[in-house]
Design a protein around this ligand. Sequence first.
Ligand code: ASP
Ligand code: MG
Length: 816
Amino acid sequence: MTVEVQVTPEQIQAVADTVQVHKFGGSSLADAYCYRRVARIVTEYAGASDLVVVSAAGDTTNRILAIIDAQADDLGIAEVLLRQLQKYQQGLITELLNGDLQEQLLAQSSHDFARWWGWLRGDEVITHRPELLSYGELWSARLLAALLQQQGIQAAAIDARDFLIADDAPEPHIRVPVSRAGLLNRIAPHPGTRFIVTGFICSDPTGRSLILGRNGSDYSATLIGSLVDAKQVTIWKDVAGVYSADPRKVERVVSLPLLDWHEAEELARLGSPVLHPRTFQPVNRERMVIAVRSSLKVENQQTRIGQYDDTEPKGKVLTSLADVVLFRINLSDAQLVQQFEELELVPLISWNEIAQHHAYYAYHQNHLEYLERWLEQVDKTDQVVQMQGYSMIALVGNRIQETTQYSTFKTELSAQNLRRLAFSPDNNAVIAILEQKLDNRLLNRLHSQLFNYRRSLGVLVVGRGNIGSAWLALYRRLQERINEQMDVRILGILNSTRMWLDYHGLELDDWEASFDTFARPYELSQLIPELPNAGCDELVMLDLTDSAEVAQLYPSFFANGVHIISANKRAGASRESQYHEIRTIQREYEREWYYNTTVGAGLPLNYTINDLINSGDTIRSISGIFSGTMSWLFENFNEEVKFSDLVREAKQRGLTEPDPRADLTGQDIIRKLLILAREIGLTLDWQDIQVESLLPEQLRGISYEEFMQRLPELDEPMQQLYLEAQQQGKVPRLLASFAVQPDDSVEARVGIEFIPAGDMLANLIPGENIFVIYTDWYHEMPLVISGPGAGKEVTAGGVQSDLNQLLSHLSNRHKG
Ligand code: ASP
Ligand code: MG
């Protein structure tokens, strides 16, 4: 059979220069939605003259095989299955097409199915299985071409049997020159048309259908690519390329940007499901590149398989097989040894054990049937001992023997039931056969040891006031140490109106000047859903503001995968309903939330409480002086000074809230009390706390300026208070407390109490906080934590302590 090339050498060259091949498998075409996505990719990512190779839609090939089987056994079942197939195929047509195109394709489809029904009833004879199988690919090529046409794209379907000619064999032998001429004659005269070609099928010289083997469409694609001398074949999959290990078994795998032909071939040979071994056969290795790319997430990394000069020794992929069979033969049977050596199916590895006179051949379980049939044919079944229950783990990469990864691999596996460890013939893999089940934990451990993959944490700093600046200074000092566990990057610094953002990480030298230059207006609610684009493994937001708006967005941060560290008390002390929502979403999205500095600034309060609870203790009550401001005011107060003067001085020293009334009403203390109570698991809300405010009624609804003017109105009542206490030999203090009652209810209050003058609570350093904690274990004497409860250095340090805790949590979570 000959076919003359009818196009000019220039046209052929133009095809080689411009045409690329794209391949879509059945799962990419499973339903109408998938078809539309493929059509979009073909429009946007394929050139105007590219070839698109398709498999049968969804599981059509399996359905056809089931119908063929049923036709021999049970006609009733076969009819049901055929009706379902017809409904599925015609459903796709009616869903995707309209008007004339729909009518036309439905007519063709009805004609096809009329033949099928004829075949099923025995009227029309299609005895040839491959012909039935071919329909799957024919239907998908036709439908995709029509869908593109409907969208105004020039496209046409080609049945590969019209040009791809082969001689029948278990793996058909392609007649390259005729096939090449046939294809070029068909496409070269039509630049600007996207041709949709059936994968999987070809034809013998007499026109009988042949198939290229299960999952043969990848092979069709590289074959067709090589016929037109294409530079690139893109295999679109539902995964983003080739990974460092099977993502179904191993966590934290990475997609590999480049693979060498040898590495890809070795991977395929070792049974990795990425590409069929035959895919590589027809490839002109100097010219072609195979790209493996995600059709679900086109923006993701792709893997390019080609001829790369990078011959650096490096292990790239950890691959494994759960079921491996060993065949043991006697070395003295020279004929059988010879037969094994010549067998087309190459074993995973083979070796001799001279002392026992044995040779071993390891194969994947999938090939067992083929091997048993072969042994019967050569009449050697009795000479072979089959051994089950083995697994394989291999590390694939160029010149593996020279890598340090090899010794890691060897050391780790020697501790297992290792049956054999050896290199592949070309030194592109080290292969271990284990006499045990495949263990995913072992795979995970090996993977992280071999690739020493450093995970990254992106940090968003919200608030660049006192604490923000102090923390950034601290971070810069500790940067090296912080980066030991993870690759930590500051992604952005935000104040209330502007942000300076860079997903590659901010350069923090002279950051204040850079902020002034680069910061832009922003909308926090819009920024949050964008953050995952930073490409970090983990994200954390440091809320160093006192902003209710930021606190309100916590659920949105969590839902977008962001952990939170708060110095801001507002979320932790929000109304119970909002607090509940924040906690629910945090739990649902498995995010971390640390807020150690919201109570007692840097004092290790939350840490101590949690440690006690986790160790089996129960907290009964916490009381004390929770506010540095109030501590300062009262420790300096006596009958000789005016309270209003103290308030004014505290304000000047920056010790109060911007409006001191937030301190005098006890608001700030209530917040801390709520946070502590919730920390130990109590359900408490604002109205549950008895509050005795120091602020007289008449000073409440007025402006800040007026309040500051009328401050002396505080003096009279405060003076009274002081004298009243003095008469009892005591001093007044603003205390906060909550206690779990015997009936499990909670009593919580914030108010003035008279304390004996010699008591610890009456003798603090001005500004000092004190927390008195009673528990089951600390019930005769309380556990007391005291120290400065405010200040930018200690608070920044507390934020850093939270960050350290997050880092160790994240790195532990991904070990082993
Ligand atoms: N449709 C064929 C099969 O299922 C070919 C392919 O999908 O690659 O085997
Ligand atoms: Mg603290």
